[in-house]
Design a protein around this ligand. Structure first.
Ligand code: HXC
Length: 284
């Protein structure tokens, strides 16, 4: 049975705003990126989701396709974002099967909790390679398609239909400082700045590049890995100024805004969607 739309998308968005657009999403089988993709698909886009695990990627792609009758969603499994050629091949397949690439979400990431004393060089490098090289490889493989998309759909758009947009998914750990996250703080600081570079170099060609930074999102693999099992979502929510944990819908809605005509002039920015958690430093 399809997931109710209200779980991953606000009712304020108009149907069809992404009609004819194609999204390319790394990490697209994960909880946050699959919700982002589902929202784009519900509003008219087709999509390719990229992942390492073949069975999971294809299963989630088929599930996302139920968001809209007639939607095309392909799962490109067996693709590791650390392998630049694998991403080039995936982008080519997406463009051939779906007709181009208009939107990219660089969402593949790796995380675990470890102090520096328990973090080998290889462990640090692994997260740097997945997050930083993975994001850079995604940019390199897809940006030519985004430039083509921006030519077809100039920014600002006359018809409300947008193209040539890339969004990286970051984390807020390095905005203040978080113990046991040396690897992720280093990696996500780089991810944020890769997007700034894309905005500066490809903005003149009509492409926008931004970052969305989720806070703690209820029910995700990331939270399972990072939160103590003794603390409930309700307890965690009380420590956040907005009074609750984030939901996958919060991130999907932010993505829709940035890819929509309403987000035309937002470029090189970081949109933190965390109920002001990082601003409060745990003082709420
Ligand atoms: C210390 C660890 C470790 C741990 C792995 N390593 N887990 N070190 N503590 N808990 C070390 C290994 O011992 C090894 O080093 C090195 O990391 C590489 O491990 P592999 O298992 O060989 O790597 P790989 O198979 O490539 O897996 C990558 C991974 C894995 C990052 C380690 O966890 C993974 O695939 N994760 C993807 C999914 C994921 O992390 N999702 C959460 C994203 S959430 P040695 O020295 O032994 O060789 C997120 C933001 C959340 O990013 C924000 C919430 C607020």
């Amino acid at each position: 049975m399809p997931i109710p739309r209200s779980e991953y998308l606000s009712s304020v968005w108009k149907d069809g705003i992404f009609a004819g657009r194609v999204a390319f999403v790394t990490g697209g089988a994960g909880s946050i990126c699959s919700a982002q993709t589902r929202a784009l698909v519900a509003l008219g886009a087709n999509a390719a989701i990229i992942g390492r695990n073949v069975e999971k990627t294809e299963r989630v792609a088929a599930d996302i396709a139920t968001a809209r009758p007639g939607a095309k969603v392909i799962g490109i499994g067996g693709c590791d974002v650390r392998d630049p050629q694998a991403l080039v091949d995936a982008a080519k397949r997406c463009a051939e099967e779906l007709g181009g690439i208009d939107f990219v979400i660089a969402g593949a990431a790796g995380n675990f909790v470890a102090p520096i004393s328990g973090l080998s060089s290889n462990a640090f490098r692994t997260v740097m390679e997945i997050d930083v090289m993975g994001t850079y490889n995604t940019v390199k493989a897809t940006v030519p398609y985004l430039v083509e998309s921006a030519k077809r759909n100039p920014n600002p758009s006359a018809d409300g239909l947008t193209g040539g947009r890339i969004l990286a998914v970051s984390a807020a750990f390095h905005y203040t400082g978080t113990p046991m996250q040396a690897h992720v703080m280093a990696a996500k600081a780089s991810v944020d700045n890769i997007m700034v570079s894309v905005a500066l170099e490809y903005g003149p060609l009509g492409v926008t590049a931004n970052v969305v930074t989720p806070g703690g999102i209820e029910g995700t693999e990331g939270m399972e890995r990072l939160a103590s099992s003794k603390v409930t979502a309700k307890q965690l929510g009380r420590s956040i100024p907005s009074g609750r944990m984030g939901t996958i819908r919060d991130i999907a809605d932010a993505t829709v805004y940035l890819f929509s005509d309403a987000g035309n002039y937002v470029n090189g920015d970081i949109l933190v969607v965390d109920g002001a958690a990082w601003r409060s430093n745990g003082s709420t």
